[in-house]
Ligand binder design. Structure first.
Ligand code: G3H
Ligand code: 13P
Ligand code: ZN
Length: 330
């Protein structure tokens, strides 16, 4: 058993309080490998931003749970070595069982998500409450979810989305004791968040997706004043990255994300945590494809993973400064 405090990590409670008061959101970036982690930490140190490092069930399977945990410990030291110690949360993304949440808490995670959003309401309450009771013994914070996001990734899938019902949120928070709540207001996982036929075209001919349901968010804020809200599925799917991928042999079709100004607006509200994974995948893939196409003689992984890491770092810095508003808040 190791407690997160011994690893130099923090839980999300104080970070969310500051984000709520300051009108910004803390970035929650997923990582599965060393280059992603280096890019996240160096970007957040350079922009002086707090950060939530997210590990999914799929990431644990891919990279090995023990290695990932030690990497997070290394991230704390790396930030110190870069000359500025930022607050770092190690968070389980989309935990799907009590056992998985417990295992992560026992090995030093400072925050866990129990995603019971696809369960019937009373079952979601029961499993979330059980995780909260265990987590709070160790001062680990817990994120629950109400409402279902569409999208398919390795371990997280749903074909349809159901908006969060505002009339359920007070009861859910009160009965479970969760520290933050993920809601569904029109975001979804992955790089294909909307079908072109759901979008309109602006004057430049660019597809504009339907706006997020800020009316639902507002009603949730009214019912839960000062309570931290989380947005999953918040990649913007930058079209220049999609174009680069497709130019160099990729085949991404109808990739559409959440416009940045919508996320900026959300970050100023009770939304204290914004989850971004797919944009990082796009940035890495675009950079690697470009190197492979332009320098086919290269076979040293550092020569393509290095540029991918640089591109990822620029993406995260841009998010912290221009989208989430977390720059300068560490
Ligand atoms: O929301 C899911 C995250 O993007 C993690 O995806 O399950 O493919 O690791 P993954
Ligand atoms: P994206 O697929 O939009 O990056 O969302 C990531 C996420 O919600 C991780 O939990
Ligand atoms: Zn998610």
């Amino acid at each position: 058993m190791v407690n997160y405090k011994d690893l130099g990590l923090v839980n999300s409670r104080e970070l969310f309080k500051k984000a709520m008061d300051g009108g910004y959101a803390v970035p929650a970036y997923n990582f599965n490998n060393m280059e992603q982690l280096q890019a996240i930490i160096s970007a957040c140190v350079e922009t002086k931003s707090p950060v939530i490092l997210q590990v999914s069930k799929g990431a644990r399977k891919y990279a090995n749970k023990t290695i990932l945990r030690y990497m997070a410990e290394g991230a704390v030291k790396y930030s110190e070595e870069l000359g500025y110690k930022i607050p770092i949360v190690l968070h389980l993304d989309h935990g799907d069982s009590f056992e998985l949440c417990k295992e992560c808490i026992d090995m030093g995670f400072s925050s866990v998500m129990i995603d019971g959003s696809s369960l019937p309401y009373e079952e979601n309450i029961a499993i979330t409450k059980k995780v909260v009771e265990y987590a709070h013994k160790f001062d680990v914070t817990v994120e629950g979810e109400l409402g279902v996001l569409a999208g398919i990734e390795d371990e997280v899938q749903s074909d349809v989305s159901h908006y969060t019902k505002p009339e359920e949120v007070e009861d859910f928070v009160k009965r479970t004791g969760v520290d933050s709540l993920a809601i569904s207001i029109g975001t979804s996982h992955g790089a294909n968040k909307f079908k072109p036929e759901q979008c309109t075209r602006n004057e430049e001919g660019v597809l504009v997706p339907p706006p997020l349901r800020f009316d639902i968010l507002k009603e949730i804020e009214r019912r839960l004043p000062g309570f931290p809200i989380v947005l999953h599925g918040s990649s913007s799917v930058p079209q220049e990255l999609v174009k680069t991928i497709n130019k160099y042999g990729g085949a991404l079709k109808d990739a559409i994300g959440i416009p940045e100004e919508q996320l900026r607006k959300a970050a100023k509200s009770a939304v204290c945590k914004i989850n971004i994974d797919s944009d990082g995948r796009l940035a890495m893939t675009a950079a690697i494809r470009k190197v492979f196409a332009e320098k086919p003689y290269i076979f040293d992984p550092r020569k393509y993973l290095g540029p991918a890491r640089d591109s990822l770092k620029e993406l995260y810095k841009h998010k912290n400064v221009n989208v989430l508003g977390s720059a300068g808040k560490a």
